[in-house]
Write a protein that binds this ligand. Structure first.
Ligand SMILES: Nc1ncnc2c1ncn2[C@@H]1O[C@H](COP(=O)(O)OP(=O)(O)OP(=O)(O)O)[C@@H](O)[C@H]1O
Ligand SMILES: [Mg+2]
Length: 382
């Protein structure tokens, strides 16, 4: 027997693992009916030849924003085909196209204009883009719906020029997706006034909602009767604690199944979910630590050292230890505060300001937010 046949034949609890992948777009999205309808209510105007209002979607990570937007795009495309109407939908992830130039160039390319990703002036690209909307020979208007996913990244990186250009182009409607409710602080008043957007909020999923989502997905991806009864409720409960993140819930479910396969068992047990949780946590922390600049790794190492000694970690004490750990190749005391901020944003530590009375003023106390053993592996295992 061929080795690949043998491996391929290996017993598995999965039928089709790909249905648990983040990129898979299910055709049922439980508990997002209201949000999908809200989008459809605005976009339906496009079917009548009218440019729909702009829309903004907000919500924490894993609340289904991308999935819902893509679902709505797909539905509109189908409806437009049936109606013989000139509508285009384009999806742009602003982590891939991070400047106004890149986004407009991408849109032109998608719509059949050969625009280079660099070299032209911005005005040339915008001109080419706007020409796409001149009435064509049949007198039909083209309506373009652009989904700008993770728009906060682009706004931070390149300002609000893109929104200005798009809102000032007739026949273009924008659907922006943001993780932050306050992303509009990056938009200047002149752009805000032309972005008369409708806002749709995606609340975090509750545990029961996550159960429904996971059940739907597990039917597609697991063999019958391989999940013990507590698996899905456990994944859902753990993900509900992580701010109702459906992506995390799906990761837990998939990893639990992979653990069952690795152990060559026929049943996915609840215990595997806990193992999956540790495994995912471990990987996440290792990934973060590995991509940190080395000086920052030294700061983290110092925090780990002090945590293990059960010392209270003030920035002063941290700097002392850090100077030792970094062996002369040391950054300034002020720079340490930037590092502390960044580590906190990554969720590795938390800081807490305590008052030490009049004389001593206020002090920042640092707390490690992950297991010391995982962090040790991540730091020493490299
Ligand atoms: N209601 C739902 N039903 C089925 N699957 C869902 C639902 N909501 C989210 N998912 C799935 O959960 C995963 C995360 O969803 P999605 O990518 O849409 O989240 P997001 O809000 O865009 O998160 P982020 O802010 O991190 O980009 C995807 O695999 C998606 O298919
Ligand atoms: Mg998303």
């Amino acid at each position: 027997m061929n080795i690949f046949d043998e491996l391929g034949d290996k017993h598995s609890v999965f039928t089709e693992k790909k249905y648990l992948d983040h990129r898979f777009l299910p055709d049922k999205l439980p508990h997002r009916e209201i949000q999908i309808k809200s989008i459809a209510k605005y976009w339906i105007e496009a079917l009548n030849g009218v440019t729909p209002p702009d829309i903004t979607i907000y919500g924490k990570t894993g609340t289904g924003k991308t999935a819902v937007a893509k679902f709505a795009m797909k539905q509109l495309k189908e409806a437009a085909n049936n109606n013989d109407i000139n509508i285009r939908t384009e999806y742009i992830r602003c982590t891939d196209y991070t400047t106004e130039y890149q986004v407009i160039a991408r849109l032109c390319q998608q719509m059949g204009r050969d625009v280079p990703y660099r070299g032209w002036t911005k005005a040339e690209v915008i001109h080419t883009f706007r020409n796409l909307f001149k009435k064509n020979a049949f007198g039909k208007n083209l309506i373009l719906l652009v989904v700008l996913d993770e728009i906060d990244i682009l706004l931070k990186n390149d300002g609000d020029g893109l929104l200005y250009t798009l809102t000032r182009t007739d026949n273009v409607s924008i659907l922006s997706i943001s993780n932050y409710v306050d992303f509009k602080k990056f938009i200047k008043p002149r752009v805000k006034s032309s972005l008369r957007d409708r806002e749709i909020v995606f609340p975090p999923y509750g545990a029961q909602q996550l159960v429904d989502i996971l059940e739907e997905r597990s039917k597609l991806s697991f063999k019958d009767n391989v999940l013990s009864d507590d698996v899905i409720p456990l994944c859902a409960a753990l993900a509900a604690k992580e701010e109702g993140d459906a992506r995390y819930a799906l990761d837990l479910l998939r990893t639990s199944g992979e653990i069952a396969d690795e152990k060559s068992t026929e049943i996915v047990h609840g215990d595997y979910v806990r193992e999956a949780k540790d495994f995912i946590e471990h990987n996440k922390i290792t990934d973060i630590v590995m991509t940190l600049p080395s000086q920052q790794q030294r700061v983290l190492e110092s925090i780990l050292f002090l945590t293990k000694r059960r010392e209270e970690i003030t920035s002063g004490r941290l700097y002392e230890v850090y100077k030792d750990v970094s062996k002369g190749d040391t950054v300034s005391y002020r720079r340490i505060f930037d590092f502390i901020n960044e580590l906190e944003m990554l969720g590795l530590i938390s800081t807490n300001t305590v008052s030490r009375g009049r004389a001593k003023g206020r002090t920042n106390i640092i707390d490690l937010q992950c297991e010391t053993s995982i962090l040790e592996d991540a730091i020493w295992g490299m």
